[in-house]
Design a protein around this ligand. Structure first.
Ligand SMILES: Nc1ncnc2c1ncn2[C@@H]1O[C@H](COP(=O)(O)OP(=O)(O)OP(=O)(O)O)[C@@H](O)[C@H]1O
Ligand SMILES: C[C@@](O)(CCOP(=O)(O)OP(=O)(O)O)CC(=O)O
Length: 327
């Protein structure tokens, strides 16, 4: 009745923007991302006979309002699909993120992936990871990809058989280093997804994305580093063009973000270093490079006045031993 799970957040490669179905969180189009580590979320859940109300605590704070409703959507779906008699009891969920939230480092992905994995285990659902990705998707679409881990592809679809995530095999995982530049500027993504289709750039993005997905899959299969991360850099600009031209005119980037963009392009042109920037919906930057060049890239980010760290590829969400439970 109690279970603990761990999941890694994601960096978008061909990024998701906008939902066809807001309740079921079915995106308008396919998306590909890569999980990042050691950043992670650890979550313990328990179905408890004595508990009448569901309670969720993240980083020591009890969730309320919209944040709570999103976890409710995940818990309700697990209750509906599980045959375990205890799945009707109240749930206690406690979770810890090892990295800052709401700054563009993908906390909703690892948060809802860890919750889905732990809930599926506690509710005795013997599902595969692509199946569990449909539970996580109800909290956050990016979380579907955090369930399957590594490089993963969330398919567009109108039902759970189609709209699920699957891992993509590639040789790029071992040598990839993701240097993160932390630009702490608070934002929330949900509203941006809601108004995605209201930008005049959205239809252009939709027409373009199919090709981008095919290219990214091919580059990953072929193990082509430059081609893969050039695509991620390009798609960061495409995504921002759409959010900036929506009704709210969101500009997620900060001056430090742009300093990093310029410095990364200089590393490429002047030092021949394979380094490509990437942002999701936020001001923080990912710089994709190889092990050999990671320290040089980190120094460059620090010279831009940004706190930097060298991360690598994270695996799929997984259930932990009961000795690792948070309560
Ligand atoms: N460990 C967690 N367990 C459950 N929900 C979480 C957890 N961490 C974050 N969340 C939820 O994820 C959402 C984070 O905001 P948002 O939708 O902007 O996602 P995001 O773009 O992944 O955020 P960011 O990348 O900036 O961290 C909020 O609803 C928050 O409560
Ligand atoms: C481009 C992104 O940053 C979009 C992130 O969106 P979220 O998955 O955080 O949105 P919600 O479903 O509202 O939680 C990264 C990606 O998943 O492609």
């Amino acid at each position: 009745m109690k279970a603990t799970a761990k999941a890694h957040p994601i960096q978008g490669i061909v990024k998701y923007h906008g939902m066809r179905d807001e309740q079921l969180r079915m995106p308008y189009h396919d998306s590909i991302s890569v999980c990042t580590a050691p950043s992670h979320t650890k979550t313990t859940v328990e179905f408890d006979f004595e508990r009448e109300e569901d309670t969720y605590i993240v980083d020591g704070e009890e969730l309320e309002g919209r944040a709570k409703e999103r976890v409710d959507d995940v818990v309700d779906y697990v209750r509906k699909t599980s045959d375990a008699p205890h799945a009707v009891y109240g749930v206690k969920l406690e979770s810890e993120n090892s990295f800052p939230t709401n700054v563009g480092l993908g906390s909703s992905a690892s948060g809802f992936a860890a919750a889905a994995m732990a809930l599926a285990k506690a509710a005795e659902l013997e599902w595969s990871r692509p199946e569990i990705s449909t539970i996580a998707r109800r909290g956050s679409a990016s979380a579907a990809r955090a369930v399957t881990g590594g490089f993963s592809h969330l398919y567009d679809g109108l039902n759970d058989e189609d709209c699920r995530s699957e891992r993509i095999e590639t040789d790029l995982e071992g040598d990839l280093r993701i240097v993160i530049g932390l630009v702490p500027s608070y934002k929330e993504t949900e509203q941006a997804h809601k108004e995605a289709a209201d930008s005049h750039m959205f239809q252009a993005r939709m027409a373009h994305i199919h090709e981008q997905i095919a290219e990214a899959r091919d580059a990953l299969r072929e193990g082509e580093f430059d081609r893969t991360f050039e695509l991620a850099e390009h798609d960061s600009l495409s995504l921002a063009a759409t959010t900036m031209t929506g009704p709210a005119g969101w500009v997620y980037w900060q001056p430090a973000t742009l300093r990093v963009f310029n410095a990364v392009r200089e590393l490429r042109s002047e030092e021949n270093i394979p380094a490509y920037f990437s942002t999701d919906t936020g001001a923080s930057v990912y710089v994709n490079t190889t092990d050999e060049h990671a320290e040089r890239v980190k120094e460059t980010l620090e010279d831009c006045g940004v706190t930097a760290a060298i991360w690598q590829v994270g695996g799929p969400a997984r259930v932990l031993d009961e000795s690792e439970a948070l309560f």
